[in-house]
Design a protein around this ligand. Structure first.
Ligand code: C2E
Ligand code: MG
Ligand code: MG
Ligand code: MG
Length: 284
């Protein structure tokens, strides 16, 4: 604690900060080898349409399992990867893996399935991002409209004009674009009409107490109404109970994602889930 040392002691690191710093360094070093040592994998969380009452797709979520350090949350290691200049290569690994899985599911006849893939703001700013995505889609011979890119508001605030162009290019290639964690960032609402988006993902922080907190209810209601008038779809994140789902359906929310409908699953379990919830199209 800096205070205890008196005014002439310059102590920048508390013990807490020191151990936090050490862990970050340790994780950063370990993360450099995570791809080549096969420590990364994706899990897939189902998304459900309230109107069609059926599974519509999955969100790919990154997992890191280290032999000694154990499971490390993406909420912890993705910021580190971004700071350490590793997010482009990790992001490309995610893109390749999610596209491959999506190809397998489409080949099995699940043609309507959409795969949502998270993009870091670092990737969003990458000038060759679209070339890379397009190359992987072509290699897999996968329809771009079966891919939905999830972008956070923070990726768009820095250079809104460039962001508008990037999103337009994504749409021109046929991909879908969703704003992730909507409502938690600082993007100006006036840009919403200029970004050619498909969907707003209502952040789970507004969904959690939806049944008891009238402010959250007001916010979620307003987001859904605004999206409807702008011609955008909505999906609510973090839907944990049947009561949440029922209320969101009443409010006119299009889709939901959360533990109530399905947890993030390994590819094999997600395939089982898929086979139980959707009928494959006949393959010609
Ligand atoms: P996100 O994209 O907003 O993903 C939703 C997070 O909410 C996931 O956490 C998911 O497991 C969790 N979740 C889903 N349903 C529920 C629920 O009903 N209740 C609760 N409490 N949580 C639920 P996860 O997998 O730990 O990922 C955290 C964040 O890390 C993601 O938030 C995303 O921002 C980031 N992330 C994950 N994978 C990737 C990736 O491949 N690339 C990038 N750039 N970011 C990723
Ligand atoms: Mg997401
Ligand atoms: Mg989200
Ligand atoms: Mg979120």
């Amino acid at each position: 604690k800096a205070k205890e040392g008196g005014r002439n002691d310059y102590c920048f690191f508390t013990p807490d900060m020191q151990s936090q710093f050490n862990r970050s360094l340790q994780l950063e070093n370990a993360l450099r080898f995570a791809i080549e040592r096969n420590q990364l994998h994706l899990v897939y969380q189902p998304q459900y349409s309230l109107h069609q009452q059926q599974l519509t797709g999955f969100e790919a979520l990154l997992r890191w399992q280290h032999p000694e350090l154990g499971f490390i949350s993406p909420a912890e290691f993705i910021p580190l990867a971004e700071q350490a200049g590793m997010m482009q290569s990790i992001g490309e690994w995610v893109l390749i893996s999610a596209i491959q899985q999506q190809k397998l599911w489409h080949q099995a006849g699940f043609n309507s399935l959409v795969m949502a893939i998270n993009l870091s703001p670092i990737q969003f700013k990458q000038t060759d991002l679209l070339d890379i995505i397009q190359a992987h889609l072509q290699l897999a011979r996968l329809d771009p409209s079966s891919i939905e890119l999830e972008i956070t508001e923070s990726a768009m605030v820095e250079d809104a004009e460039q962001a508008i162009k990037t999103i337009q290019a994504m749409r021109q290639l046929g991909m879908r674009v969703a704003i992730d964690d909507f409502g938690t960032g600082y993007s100006s609402l006036s840009y919403l009409k200029r970004f050619k988006l498909n969907k707003l993902k209502i952040d789970q922080s507004f969904v959690r107490d939806l049944l008891t907190d009238k402010d959250d209810l007001a916010i979620v209601t307003a987001i859904i109404r605004m999206a409807q008038s702008l011609g955008l779809k909505t999906i609510a994140e973090g839907v944990e109970t049947a009561e949440h789902q029922q209320l969101l359906a009443t409010l006119g929310c299009d889709d939901i994602q959360g533990y109530h409908y399905g947890r993030p699953m390994l590819a094999e379990s997600a395939t089982d889930f898929l086979q139980q919830h959707l009928t494959p199209q006949a393959i010609p």
